[in-house]
Design a protein. Structure first.
Length: 318
């Protein structure tokens, strides 16, 4: 009887381990097949990405052409304004096809033309899709991103057609629209932005900007969504005992040859904090003004050294 029981136990144990081994082997095969399919899909996506892609946009009286060239695992992006090269950069790239989304990642970026030539920059990842010879890229949609998602699209072109598009932009409009103003609706626009900020009316201040507007403070080339600055403004005003006092102000708007408008303001202000501390600070701020009469960017420089440690702008700069 004891021998019979031992044999039954051995049989059950052998059957169980045999089933378990078969299941594990099956899972390994399935996992390998899934990984293989994902790799094949990513390879196909990389192959589809190769070539020349062009984006054309009319902005501030100028025709902007962005030329994206993908060769293997390298991408070169060149930016043209009215047919003239303004900047360019190159990166190493990787594309990945997942079950739900395609991802474009880049690293080892370097500026190869323009005012920042030679500068290096780190990588990033964004979602993208290729359909009917159109490249769609979506920024600020992945987890961890902030700000409103932004979609840009490019059309696939031959190198010859891309060159023709750039040449066409250079002859689209040669009329000189340059000018200078210290009064008028454009000056009133940037003045309203400054005074709305000073009053703590951040909703009105924010409404003066285009939905895609960006800002940069005390930095060159680093831009963030304007909505983030609105949050910083609100945090700052929550620390104050009242409105910001504008002591002195100068405004001007410069229109460049292509029609693009750029507003400038020199402001001397006084900030009174709830803890009794008083701050007198001078600020230079530049704005872009688009055809719709909205502000397209804010670019400001000011000294944060005299600000209290708890000041919102000091924390935002770190």
């Amino acid at each position: 009887m004891e021998s019979f029981t031992i044999n039954i136990s051995k049989t059950i144990s052998q059957s169980y381990h045999g089933w378990l081994g078969t299941m594990i082997a099956g899972l390994l095969v399935l996992t390998f097949a899934t990984a293989l399919n994902a790799d094949e899909a990513s390879e196909k996506l990389l192959a589809d990405s190769q070539g020349t892609w062009v984006r054309v946009e009319d902005k501030d009286g100028s025709r902007l052409v962005t030329l994206k060239v993908i060769d293997g695992n390298n991408e070169t992006v060149s930016y043209y304004r009215d047919g003239k090269l303004t900047s360019a950069h190159k990166v190493e790239l990787k594309v990945e096809s997942t079950d739900h989304i395609a991802l474009f990642s880049f690293k080892n970026g370097e500026s190869i033309a323009g005012p920042n030539k030679g500068d290096k920059f780190t990588g990033s990842t964004y979602a993208f899709k290729i359909e009917n010879d159109t490249w769609y890229e979506v920024f600020r949609i992945l987890n961890g991103s902030s700000g409103k998602p932004n979609v840009q699209q490019y059309k696939r072109m031959s190198p010859e057609d891309a060159k023709a598009e750039i040449a066409k932009a250079s002859t689209s409009d040669n009329k000189d629209l340059s000018g200078f103003a210290q009064s008028g609706p454009d000056v009133q626009l940037i003045k309203k932005a400054i005074h709305s900020y000073a009053k703590g009316d951040i909703d009105t201040w924010h409404s003066l900007f285009d939905e895609k507007a960006t800002y940069s403070h005390n930095a060159w080339g680093s831009r963030k969504p304007i909505a983030e600055l609105a949050d910083t403004h609100r945090e700052h005003h929550a620390q104050l005992a009242g409105e910001v006092k504008i002591l002195k102000e100068i405004y001007e708007v410069v229109t460049v040859k292509g029609g693009g408008k750029h507003g400038h303001a020199w402001i001397n202000m006084e900030h009174n904090f709830k803890d009794g501390e008083k701050l007198n600070i001078s600020v230079f701020v530049a704005f872009g003004i688009n055809k719709e009469g909205k502000l397209g960017y804010e670019w400001a420089f000011f000294d944060t050294a005299a600000m209290p440690e708890q000041a919102a702008y000091k924390a935002a700069a770190n």
